[in-house]
Ligand binder design. Structure first.
Ligand SMILES: [Zn+2]
Ligand SMILES: [Zn+2]
Length: 355
């Protein structure tokens, strides 16, 4: 592959400054986004350019005011993939999706050319399928199943969730079996949606910090075509998987392939980490501004095994979606870029590093 020269335009200098360097100036309108579909909010007037890339970079966007708005929010930041919550992530139940919402959502996916394979809904934070208390697990299961049914109604193929926690009242193996049992039950109650387990930072009783946990769950799932994994870079780094060097990254992918299998990989969350490797803490940081550094993301954006799956930012946006537009631009700029130039290119301040 011919290495592309990095230009100063690609740098993230000032990403976190309160006064952003007016990224709106760089936003171009796209002809597709005429906003013909009915909207409860005004369409943003400008859209970031969408890069043509085999690596599908996007962000977890807001669905405030209606799920159909998430599509516009993704297009506005130049995302080639996106994540969203299919209901309030902090409530056990939410009003059912209306037929109008469902048809608007589907119409916008077509209008803005988003493939459901590149959309990775995120499950409610309340769900814990690893809880040994039968009543509490049942409550989680009802919420989980409701999420899955919403995904199917919206025509979505994937559903990402946190495996769960033993809450210190069961062994890791018992908790892993409970999670697999719930997945099996949910698969029978739904048709197509793929349940995608997220790796975790590995704190306390939380299941999923170790690839072996994910492998253990998948081993007990009956329908292997409907289970997958989403790898979160912040979580893996905090759990002790050091992706800063090329050798480190290749070792992680080899380990994942051996224990879980790369065929199960259905998406990634691209987050830098505010805390050090093996900290077991889950603190997301903007790309290149944390302890992972820009080099860790260079490996991913040049690894052909990570093409054609959603690569989702869950970084702080400070209520300014243009931060994500900038990060998406930076990440897309890494594909095909010469690794030896990264240190010079990277001019981020406040702890940014070119490791
Ligand atoms: Zn998550
Ligand atoms: Zn994540």
């Amino acid at each position: 592959m011919v290495k592309r020269k990095l230009s100063s335009d690609d740098a993230v200098t000032g990403l976190l400054e309160t006064e952003l360097p007016n990224p709106a100036k760089k936003l171009k309108s796209v002809p597709k986004g005429k906003g013909k579909a009915k909207s409860k909010v005004a369409d943003p007037p400008q859209y970031a350019e969408r890069a043509e890339s085999l690596w599908k970079v996007g962000a977890h966007v807001s669905a405030a005011g209606g799920i159909e708005n998430a599509v516009i929010n993704a297009a506005a930041i130049g995302a080639n993939s996106f994540a969203l919550f299919v209901k309030s992530q902090r409530k056990w139940s939410s009003p059912a999706l209306t037929d109008a919402t469902i048809s608007d959502f589907k119409a916008r996916l077509a209008e803005y050319s988003y493939d459901p394979r590149h959309i990775l809904p995120h499950g409610s934070y309340l769900i814990n399928l690893g809880n040994p208390d039968p009543e509490k697990r049942q409550k989680s299961y009802v919420c989980f199943l409701d999420d899955l049914k919403r995904c199917e109604a919206l025509g979505l193929l994937l559903y990402n969730f946190h495996p769960g926690s033993s809450v210190g009242k069961a062994t890791t193996d018992e908790s892993i079996s409970s999670i697999a049992d719930s997945i099996n039950e949910a698969h029978k109650a739904t048709e197509t949606v793929v349940t995608v387990l997220e790796n975790m930072a590995g704190a306390g009783n939380i299941i999923g910090g170790d690839f072996a946990h994910l492998a253990g769950i998948i081993r007990q799932v009956d329908d292997k075509t409907r289970v997958g994994v989403c790898l979160d870079t912040c979580h893996m780094f905090s759990a002790g998987y050091d992706l800063r060097t090329k050798e480190g990254w290749d070792g992680i992918v080899t380990d994942f392939d051996r224990q879980v299998g790369l065929s199960y990989l259905r998406g990634m969350h691209l987050n830098d980490s505010k805390t050090e490797c093996n900290s077991k803490r889950d603190r997301h940081e903007n790309i290149g501004m944390g302890h992972v550094g820009i080099g860790g993301f260079h490996h991913i954006l040049n690894d052909v095994r990570f093409q054609d799956i959603p690569l989702i930012l869950e970084t702080p946006s400070f209520e300014k979606p243009e931060v994500w537009a900038k990060e998406i631009g930076v990440l897309n700029g890494l594909s095909g870029a010469d690794a030896s130039e990264l240190r010079l290119w990277w001019r981020g301040e406040g702890g940014g590093q070119a490791g």
